[in-house]
Design a binder for this molecule. Sequence first.
Ligand SMILES: C[S@@+](CC[C@H](N)C(=O)[O-])C[C@H]1O[C@@H](n2cnc3c(N)ncnc32)[C@H](O)[C@@H]1O
Length: 279
Amino acid sequence: MARAFLERKELPEARLEADLLVAHALGLPRLGMLLQLDRPVEPAEIDRARDALVRRARREPVAYITGEREFYGRPFCVGPGCLIPRPETEGIVDLAKDWMRQGLVPVDARILDLGTGSGALAISLALEWPKATVVAAELSADALAWARRNGERHAAQVAWHLGDGFEVARREGPFDLVVSNPPYVRRADLPSLAPEVRDHEPHEALFAPDGDPDAFLRRLLEGWSQWMAPLGRMIVELGYDQSPRVLGLLRQSGLEGELVRDLSRIERLASAWKPASAS
Ligand SMILES: C[S@@+](CC[C@H](N)C(=O)[O-])C[C@H]1O[C@@H](n2cnc3c(N)ncnc32)[C@H](O)[C@@H]1O
């Protein structure tokens, strides 16, 4: 019934989502629910399932309804006011760990997550890298509340800062590693976004300042000497069409770097560091 309802609403993942939402309403994992199909259902559970399905039919993201999304193998609490962490952002953690293994970033690194949202990056890095000092900055008080909650949930040592991340970078730096998944969507692209994103996720997390998808990256690179340690490195997530301009921006800032593709073969991350001759 739940699946048929979501199919009628033309949700492409109706089957999976119906299972997830009903399991959530029953307080069971999805597999647990599928193994207990003959379990009696309480009226309150039916009400909760109906409410969840109606919310989904209105295109509210599943993660906001269940209150959770997995990132780097760990559950993160999410809800209105904070961006739902995306799988492609996990590449930042992978690259940071590669650098740590190669000794390119020290084990006791000072790390900044600029624009932390749910705290997914800062917390994952703090847990993967226990000797590091992790600082996270966020402009939105609502988002930072989710980040703090996730930090407590995972007992992660992160120093949370509410405010402009560039100010925090200047004040709390220098950093050995700065990571950021900044807002990079053009406001003009609003109509093409899925309703789940357009109508529910915070616009300040999505849309690039001044309508310029490169603005955040440019500012991060231009202020390099204000927040980076001499051998510091940076990883910034990119929008799908940003990469052709990135190597030029790095050159203009006197930096070296590489582009890293995501699983869909899109150049998704820009990495940057000072050339050896300059440090
Ligand atoms: C695309 S979201 C990324 C959230 C999280 N890092 C992730 O990857 O899921 C960008 C975040 O940056 C925050 N933000 C935008 N401008 C900022 C600024 N100048 N200083 C600090 N945070 C900022 C937004 O509020 C939003 O939470």
